[in-house]
Design a protein around this ligand. Sequence first.
Ligand code: SF4
Ligand code: SF4
Length: 58
Amino acid sequence: MVWSIDKEKCLRCGACVSVCPFIALNMNEHGLKNDKEKCTLCGICQRICPVAAIKVEK
Ligand code: SF4
Ligand code: SF4
């Protein structure tokens, strides 16, 4: 079970942060961070990302 981000692709638009129902995503100066304790691997962030930078594998 893995959540991963392609930092080269990410535009830091924040769309994924806004849609995560479990508040598992945070954006800081180093980019996007996923909180493994909160993430349920629901895949919503993956579907909303305009550049397919997020990969969720169950
Ligand atoms: S997979 Fe679901 S729970 Fe995990 S960061 Fe994305 S939207 Fe949030
Ligand atoms: S939606 Fe995609 S491009 Fe936007 S911040 Fe999230 S991972 Fe980056």
